[in-house]
Design a binder for this molecule. Structure first.
Ligand SMILES: Cc1cc2nc3c(=O)[nH]c(=O)nc-3n(C[C@H](O)[C@H](O)[C@H](O)COP(=O)(O)OP(=O)(O)OC[C@H]3O[C@@H](n4cnc5c(N)ncnc54)[C@H](O)[C@@H]3O)c2cc1C
Ligand SMILES: NC(=O)c1ccc[n+]([C@@H]2O[C@H](COP(=O)([O-])OP(=O)(O)OC[C@H]3O[C@@H](n4cnc5c(N)ncnc54)[C@H](O)[C@@H]3O)[C@@H](O)[C@H]2O)c1
Ligand code: SF4
Ligand code: FES
Length: 813
């Protein structure tokens, strides 16, 4: 008997729309033999996140949605770097740009959009880019290394996110906007002007009401000329003036097109068996430019072609959120009031918040939020459901000024219907999330993301997913929240450490393989953590995995906005000599160091060293590395102390320098700072340090767990000691106990809160044996450390690869 062969399904476009539809099909008992064609050379990635890649908070690796293995594991044939040029509905064959022909039974077109490039003279010059794909992103990052001035044409979502990314890369950026208000397609005048003011504060300049008539320059762009005759200099021009659905293939193949490829309510084009989803699609006259609608389209199409009953797609209500850190803006539905609207609004110019909700016949039809967007998901839902305004809804959204939001959030989860969509981007309902928490025992947002896709795209729904988790788990939430050091594993730190020890695991790759990581390459969260844990457990045998360290630690210097680096030489206890100062001055002059800054930790920071000059600067300084880039002992800050100060009871400078020499270069879970003061006046501020030491008449008092950063915390008094030896021993034991029990990236301020001061005191102070053992272990670790700058200078291969290779270190594979 012959086995029935599978129907052949071809997906044209390897973007978010095409592949999310495939994901849905796979969930519905896939009965297709699937082949995907994509023009880009990458596997499916999250285009939304390009803004974060440009801004520097994510790498290309972080934004891959489905890696090469995913296609292989699901028996999907993938042709990257291949463009389909023709569909022949008669022979049922497609042709590609490299001459391949392939037959099909069904086709899903998901060809997306192209950025709109203004048809003005000069728009084809070097240095003029759109912002659409990895290639554009790389071009901008590269330009920011070599040029200073950028212009972004278009003050919409894309233009503003591009501008912020370029500011972060150190460029001087002007947004050139045609209209008088930025984001005029999403915001009313009030929100728009508050947004502009906030972005100006963040370093973006604006040229408003300007129409660009020409881009000037020879081969490379050098500036913009406007229709009013004025000019703006720029060596990089980003066009962000909207998108055009990519209908070239549809047109060439005779499909009905308007602005996009015309489809019916089941995403069927004018040709039978050929469907279309995503930005290339025109449904009921509308082409969408956001992911939520294209996921909704994909859900309907997947069910339809798999023969599963589904309601038709009837269009989407879109909501937008700008992805710029420190700027919270949300807009959904109607946002400009007309005579038919009842307007509820509140503007707080001091807190810089603005809320506006529009009602039509008491139905909520639109909203704009600025500054405080906690109610965005709720409002999106109310608009979608065409809910009537009630007293309860009013006080939840606009606030009553009394009792906290916690209760209302809890009850809003309680009253949410099961079928309500929580993650608009991925079409995930409350019920789906509740079910996976209850039935599969999931306990973290990362696990819910891996299982349902919720939070995977723009991330805007994360707070609601977290609230649902909290609501379902109740008291179990806090303990459960500890689990899984990242999305690649459900194992927490303690379990991983136990497994490394029991199973004798010795490399990060081995840990990931043996402990069943869901992503075999790991991620930027777990790789550095595993490398740290391995080194802490086996200081004598573990070979440091440089590639698992953060970029600053790999480079042994801190990268700056403009791509240059800073160099901070070690000055023990914050004390230097005229000879060292002279050397620093000579090297700074020779290597064109623009700024020499005294840091908060009493060191000198040479800012603006070029990557290729770093080894020469270290060589000529001939001073130890100050470790300003590392999760390690940064500085020991000291006051003048008894050597000179008339109040000083202890030699703080001498003790500080000694401690710094003894414990430098050792890895910690997070950066580590110490201060030593000669008397309780504490001029060198012991209360905000990981270890603060204060001299008194009878000896020293030790404080731990202080922090002056984002979450300030005053250090706790740990104990008093009489002698210098006791001081060193207890400091060493505290450091080692923190090294052994701290979560990677957890500062001592959080560690003390989590572990408990009394517990740390009992381990270190109550048992001499414990203390001695801890000290023994830290001494072993200290024997392995060496100066990274010196090491690098003796390693020609790494030196060339790290400091002289000009290639961009960005790739997906
Ligand atoms: C920087 C940036 C930030 C964004 N931020 C957000 C956001 O925060 N929220 C939001 O909702 N949306 C956002 N968007 C929009 C969102 O990314 C898009 O709506 C979404 O990616 C569109 O998906 P798509 O699959 O329809 O098209 P695309 O992602 O464009 O994918 C289409 C793919 O098909 C390929 N292709 C085209 N023609 C062919 C052919 N003939 N043969 C083979 N392959 C072909 C293309 O090369 C492309 O890879 C953002 C977009 C950008 C650029
Ligand atoms: N956070 C998000 O949701 C997000 C982020 C980035 C991109 N996107 C999507 O990507 C797509 C592209 O974004 P976009 O911002 O380019 O499109 P857009 O159409 O939303 O905005 C383009 C802006 O450019 C302005 N403009 C048009 N012609 C101009 C000219 N000649 N000079 C100066 N300004 C001009 C318009 O007034 C408009 O404000 C959109 O679909 C958008 O929704 C979304
Ligand atoms: S802390 Fe005390 S000893 Fe140190 S400089 Fe200040 S006053 Fe002098
Ligand atoms: S709403 Fe965008 S990821 Fe959930």
């Amino acid at each position: 008997m012959q086995t029935q062969s599978k129907e052949k399904l071809i997906i044209i476009g390897n973007g978010m729309a095409g592949i999310s539809t495939v994901e849905q099909i796979l969930k519905l008992n896939n009965s297709f033999d699937i082949t995907v064609f994509g023009s880009e050379p990458h596997p499916n990635y999250n285009r939304i996140m390009l803004s974060y890649v440009l801004e520097g908070s994510k790498t290309i690796d972080d934004i891959v949605l489905n890696d090469w293995n995913w296609y292989r594991d699901n028996q999907i044939t993938l042709h990257t770097g291949t463009t389909v040029t023709h569909i022949d509905p008669v022979t049922k064959q497609i042709t590609t740009d490299d001459g391949k022909k392939e037959s099909y039974d069904k086709i899903i077109m998901a060809t997306g959009s192209n950025p709109f490039i203004l048809p003005i003279p000069g728009s084809d010059k070097e240095g003029v880019v759109g912002f659409r794909d990895i290639n554009d992103c790389n071009q901008m990052i590269e330009a920011a290394r070599n040029y200073k001035k950028a212009a972004v044409i278009g003050g919409g979502l894309l233009g503003l996110e591009a501008a912020k990314g370029l500011v972060n890369l150190g460029m001087d950026v002007t947004v050139v906007h045609l209209m008088e208000d930025i984001m005029e397609r999403q915001l009313d005048r009030s929100a728009s002007s508050m947004l502009q003011a906030e972005l100006e504060r963040q370093g973006i300049k604006f040229a408003m009401g300007k129409q660009t008539s020409e881009l000037m320059g020879d081969e490379r762009v050098s500036g913009l000329r406007f229709s009013d005759g004025s000019e703006l200099m720029a060596d990089l021009v980003v066009m962000a003036v909207g998108i055009k659905p990519n209908i070239a293939l549809a047109q060439a193949s005779g499909l009905e097109v308007g602005r996009g490829i015309v489809v019916d309510d089941y995403m069927q084009t004018s040709i039978e068996g050929v469907y279309s989803v995503g930005e290339c699609t025109q449904h009921r006259g509308v082409c969408y430019g956001l992911v939520a609608p294209l996921f909704e389209q994909g859900h309907v199409l997947a069910k339809h072609i798999c023969g599963v009953d589904t309601a038709p797609y009837e269009g989407s209500i879109v909501a937008t959120k700008l992805k710029i850190s420190g700027v919270d803006v949300f807009s959904a539905g109607d946002f400009v009031e007309g005579p038919e609207h009842t307007v509820i609004s509140a503007k707080d110019e001091w807190k810089r918040t603005y809320k506006k909700v529009l009602l039509r016949n008491n139905t909520i039809v639109g909203a704009v939020l600025f500054g405080d967007v906690t109610e965005s998901s709720n409002l999106q839902k109310l608009i979608k459901q065409q809910s009537e305004m009630t007293d309860d809804i009013y006080s939840t959204i606009m606030g009553t000024g009394c009792c906290g939001g916690g209760a209302s959030k809890q009850s809003s989860i309680e009253t949410m219907s099961d079928e309500e969509i929580v993650c608009g981007c991925n079409g995930v309902t409350k019920k789906t999330i509740v079910d996976v928490i209850t039935n599969q025992g999931l306990t973290s947002v990362d696990e819910i993301k891996a299982c349902t896709g919720a939070t995977r795209s723009c991330g805007g729904c994360k707070p609601v997913v977290e609230q649902i988790l909290q609501y379902v788990l109740g008291d179990g939430f806090k303990t459960a929240a500890k689990q899984g050091i990242c999305g690649c594993t459900t194992l927490d730190r303690d379990k991983i450490i136990a497994e490394i020890t029991i199973k004798g695991l010795s490399t990060t790759r081995e840990i990931m393989n043996v402990l069943g990581w869901s992503n075999e390459e790991g991620c930027s969260k777990c790789r550095p953590a595993l490398n740290y844990y391995l080194h802490m457990l086996n200081p004598e045998t573990h070979e440091d995995e440089k590639e698992s360290r953060f970029v600053n630690e790999r480079m042994n210097a801190n990268i700056q906005k403009d791509g240059t680096y800073t160099v901070v030489p070690r000055m023990y206890g914050g004390v230097t000599t005229p000879e060292d100062l002279k050397k620093i001055a000579d090297v700074s002059l020779k290597y064109d160091v623009k700024v020499v800054k005294v840091t908060g930790g009493q060191r000198l920071d040479l800012i603006g060293v070029k990557k290729e000059d770093l080894p020469k600067v270290w060589e000529e300084l001939d001073m130890p590395s100050g470790y300003a880039y590392a999760k390690s002992l940064r500085t020991v800050k000291t006051c003048v102390g008894s050597q000179f100060c008339r109040f000083g009871t202890q030699d703080s400078m001498g003790m500080g320098a000694y401690i710094e020499r003894k414990f430098e270069r050792l890895d910690f879970p997070a950066k580590f700072k110490i201060a030593v003061n000669g008397c309780p006046r504490s001029c060198a501020e012991s209360c905000t340090k990981d270890i603060g030491i204060i001299g008194n008449d009878g000896g020293w008092e030790i404080f731990i767990g202080g922090n002056g950063g984002i979450k300030p915390r005053i250090a706790d008094s740990f104990c008093k000691v009489k002698t210098d030896d006791e001081l060193i021993e207890i400091c060493g034991a505290v450091m080692q106990y923190y090294r052994e029990t701290g979560n990677y990236l957890e500062r001592t301020s959080e560690w003390v809160e989590r572990v408990g001061l009394e517990k740390i005191q009992s381990v270190i102070l109550d048992s001499q044996d414990n203390r001695k053992e801890l000290v023994k272990r830290i001494e072993i670790a200290l024997q392995q450390v060496e100066d990274p700058w010196k090491k690098m200078l003796n390693d020609d291969k790494t030196r060339t690869a790290l400091y002289e290779d000009h290639k961009l270190a960005i790739s997906v594979e």
